[in-house]
Design a protein around this ligand. Structure first.
Ligand SMILES: C[S@@+](CC[C@H](N)C(=O)[O-])C[C@H]1O[C@@H](n2cnc3c(N)ncnc32)[C@H](O)[C@@H]1O
Length: 250
């Protein structure tokens, strides 16, 4: 009975209606967001993300006001993040902002550069880089070969293509950072699972109706494998089923 309820709660259309209402209301109140969505839909050939992702991404950047943002997977989302950062500068005086957007596909990177609005160009860099494999503790995934070094506070993970791998760029940023770093992932369950194993379930959430993963302000001290007690209570308790009794017979 408990399992059926959990299934019902997770997949109830009620939550999707609630999400759609929230998205409609939010768009109704945010003219600059509506305008930039319209512009990127007209100019970009990128596959993009969903309308609810644009709203969540814009709101998170407006609310947290990061000065340095790294995006993995360039496209329409680059314009949404840039618009939120520009609004932070114009409406809230957040200066010295920088958005670095990385793509592993030269054709897509060049397309994004060719249509990028003039008003963002002073603080946005759209860069191509090949990928390489990177590991941290027991997790392996992809990172870009060359990413400019900045004190990133927020990472949007929507690339590279998953193909059974997770995005390790966010993890590398955290490893090299002195400040807390947050991330949003667009429906990338491999990466959400990898981040949960590395930082523990208290730091990672997956919002089912929004198909979004959020990692909340982690530092290099939050790696579960650095703390033997956390390792025991977090990884084992959540990922490996505990059995009691005798494993070799009755
Ligand atoms: C999920 S897409 C990234 C989308 C991006 N964040 C956006 O909002 O448009 C992941 C990667 O697929 C590639 N890509 C983008 N648009 C594509 C398309 N229409 N067809 C095939 N590949 C695409 C790019 O290399 C991109 O980084």
């Amino acid at each position: 009975m408990r399992n059926i309820n959990r299934f019902f709660i997770k997949f109830s259309p009620f939550f999707e209606k609630q999400r759609d209402r929230c998205v409609r209301d939010y768009l109704g109140k945010n003219e600059s967001l509506r305008e930039i969505i319209d512009r990127c839909d007209k100019t970009s050939k990128s596959c993009g993300v969903s309308l609810s992702d644009y709203v969540a991404l814009y709101e998170i950047v407006r609310h947290r006001k990061p000065r340095f943002v790294l995006e993995c997977g360039t496209g329409k989302s680059t314009m949404i993040i840039a618009q939120a950062m520009l609004d932070n500068r114009e409406k809230d005086g957040i200066d010295d902002i920088k958005l670095v957007s990385m793509d592993h596909n030269k054709e897509w990177q060049e397309h994004a550069v060719s249509i990028f609005p003039e008003k963002f160009k002073s603080f946005v860099e759209i860069l191509y880089s090949p990928l390489k494999i990177y590991g941290c503790s027991l997790i392996r995934g992809t990172i870009y070969e060359e990413v400019p070094n900045h004190p990133y506070e927020f990472v949007f993970v929507d690339g590279p293509s998953q193909e059974g791998m997770c995005n390790m760029q966010f993890v590398k940023v955290v490893e090299n950072s002195d400040i807390p770093v947050s991330a949003v992932t667009d429906n990338r369950k491999n990466s959400v699972l990898a981040y949960t194993l590395l930082f523990g379930p208290d730091k990672v959430s997956y919002y089912v109706p929004w198909s979004l993963g959020i990692v909340d302000e982690v530092t290099s001290n939050d790696f579960v494998f650095k703390d033997p007690l956390k390792m025991k209570t977090t990884i084992f308790d959540h990922v490996v089923p505990f059995r009691f009794g005798n494993p070799i017979g009755k």
